[in-house]
Structure formats: structure tokens, C-alpha cells
Write a protein that binds this ligand. Structure first.
Ligand SMILES: NC(=O)c1ccc[n+]([C@@H]2O[C@H](COP(=O)([O-])OP(=O)(O)OC[C@H]3O[C@@H](n4cnc5c(N)ncnc54)[C@H](OP(=O)(O)O)[C@@H]3O)[C@@H](O)[C@H]2O)c1
Length: 264
């Protein structure tokens, strides 16, 4: 039996990259899918590429427009009657040093990556708790485990997600709500091209890390597997994953190592 069949999955950041590949992977599992991001046309493209289009709906939203997210959640629930799985994947990166970055940019990154995801989570949780069933998956980053230059605001937003969801897991465990944190390393998507520079404009530059990263379809397959096996956290990527262990067991060495890395 496929435990994902007929489940309702709400994916943010579904218009490209990891979210797009997740849509295709979930479609193959015969789930009902709600695709969300800002760009309606890209969401339509993704829907048209999915296998079971009759089970797919589009709900455009902006994670930074917090006053609209309650209404968006009501609309999302109305599409298939409930949300079984929420995937907080939509997000934006950064490529700028802290001293050159206006605080408005730091706030924008937190608004999208952290508060947008937290608001949707809080909105879907009450019905999940009532049904004693639900799965909340959040895509963070290795930079939610350690920091590098040029990513202060981004790394902070991803660390914050770990704090929130690790705490939430303890609160909802008894009501059978599963919390999964997905921690990618370098994945070959447009994340670095869309990353915010110090004035808030997109960097428009592909990082070598992403260029040489693993394909998002590989991550999507690992995420589906982790959901089916009720995992709490998975790290997905290449050799950069070793950074988590180095930071934990050799923090001084890691600090020297990471400041020499060319992440720009
Ligand atoms: N690729 C990597 O190497 C990597 C590594 C670690 C973590 N991640 C995380 O993976 C997640 C997905 O990123 P990706 O790699 O797939 O990059 P991507 O191709 O740039 O996708 C980002 C997605 O987020 C959406 N998004 C951005 N701002 C939004 C907003 N204000 N409101 C709603 N949706 C918004 C984008 O859609 P619209 O522009 O249409 O809104 C797009 O669908 C992100 O959370 C990212 O931090 C990626």
C-alpha cells in the first residue's frame, strides 16, 4: 500500500527547482497536489508537466505578504477539503556581506524564509491536530547548521527554522504530527541566480556550488522516501555535508576552513 496515495500535499516554491521536482515526484505517487509560488505562469507550466493533472490545483501566493496568508490557507484547504502534508519549500537566498546589506533586506529574507513558512504551518496545524494526523516538511539548508560569509541573513533564517521546528516536534508528537527537516547542500537550481544582493536586486549569477550540485529530482526522491519512513531530519547533497560533523566535533578547525571558502 502506498501511504501517500490520495493524500493532499501543499507545496510552496513549486514554480521551479526543488519544489517543481517535488510536484512531479508526488504526482507519480497519486497524491492530490496544491502548487504555490508567486509566478502563476510557471505554476501552470509545472502543472502541465505533471502526470495526473486532474489532481493538481494552483494557488499563487507571496510568502512575504503575511496579511494574505490566512485567506490563502482557507482557499488551499477548500481546494481538496483538507491538507495532509505541508511542504515549506519556497525561499530566497542572499549574496552580500552584512555591513553592506540594509536591514530591510535581512527582514525580507526572514519574512519569506521564516515567517511565511511559520504562518502557513500555524494555519494548517489546528485541523491536523484535530484529526491527529499530518506531516509538515520544511526545506532548510546546510546553512541552517553552520554559517558562511555572504549569507548572514539567509543562514539566520534557516537556523531559525531549525529552532522552530525542532521545538514544535516535541509539542505535537503525541498528536501524531510528523515534522521533517530537509537540509540540502548544493542542489542544481536557480537559487543562487535569484539570491538577493546588498540592494535587494537578484544576483543573476550561478554559483559553482549549485552548478556542480546534485539534481533536484534526486533530492525529491529522497524527500518522498523520508516522508514515507517518518524521518525527522535528512541531509542531502555532496561532500559539503561533512561540514555539519566538522562544526560539531572540530569547531575551531571548521571556523578556519569555512572562512577560506569561496562562496561568492
Ligand atoms: N538549491 C540549493 O542549493 C539549496 C540549498 C539549500 C537550501 N535550498 C532551499 O531550497 C528551497 C527551494 O529553492 P530552490 O533551490 O528550488 O531554488 P529556486 O529554483 O530559486 O526556487 C525557489 C522557489 O521559491 C519561490 N519563492 C521565492 N520567493 C517567494 C515568495 N516571496 N513567495 C512565494 N514563493 C517564493 C520561487 O517561486 P516564485 O519566484 O514564483 O515566487 C521558487 O518556486 C529554498 O527554501 C532554498 O533556500 C536550496
Amino acid at each position: 500500500m502506498n501511504i501517500l496515495e490520495n493524500k493532499v500535499v501543499w507545496i510552496t516554491g513549486a514554480s521551479s527547482g526543488i519544489g517543481e521536482e517535488l510536484a512531479y515526484a508526488f504526482a507519480k505517487e497519486n497524491t492530490k497536489i496544491i502548487l504555490s509560488a508567486r509566478r502563476q505562469k510557471e505554476l501552470e507550466r509545472v502543472m502541465n508537466n505533471c502526470t495526473n493533472q486532474e489532481n493538481i490545483k494552483i494557488l499563487s501566493l507571496d510568502l512575504a505578504k503575511h496579511d494574505e496568508l490566512n485567506e490563502k490557507t482557507i482557499q488551499a484547504i477548500a481546494l481538496f477539503g483538507q491538507i495532509d502534508i505541508l511542504i515549506n519549500n519556497g525561499g530566497i537566498s542572499q549574496n552580500a556581506i552584512a555591513t553592506e546589506t540594509n536591514i530591510d533586506i535581512d527582514k525580507r529574507i526572514m519574512d519569506i524564509n521564516y515567517f511565511g513558512s511559520i504562518i502557513l504551518t500555524k494555519n494548517v496545524l489546528p485541523a491536523m491536530l484535530e484529526r491527529k494526523m499530518g506531516h509538515i516538511i520544511t526545506v532548510t539548508s546546510l546553512l541552517g547548521k553552520f554559517g558562511t560569509a555572504y549569507r548572514t541573513g539567509y543562514s539566520a533564517s534557516k537556523h531559525a527554522l531549525h529552532g522552530f521546528f525542532d521545538s514544535l516536534r516535541s509539542e505535537v508528537y503525541k498528536q501524531n504530527i510528523q515534522i521533517l527537516l530537509v537540509v540540502p547542500g548544493f542542489i542544481k537550481t536557480n537559487i543562487s541566480i535569484n539570491a538577493l544582493s546588498s540592494d535587494g536586486s537578484p544576483t543573476n549569477k550561478m554559483d559553482p556550488g549549485q552548478e556542480n550540485g546534485i539534481l533536484p529530482e534526486e533530492l525529491a526522491i529522497k524527500m518522498i522516501d523520508a516522508i514515507k519512513n517518518n524521518k525527522e531530519e535528512i541531509l542531502v547533497g555532496g561532500k559539503e555535508k561533512i561540514g555539519v560533523l566538522l562544526k560539531r566535533f572540530f569547531p575551531k578547525f571548521f571556523s578556519k576552513f569555512i572562512r577560506k571558502q569561496e562562496v561568492r
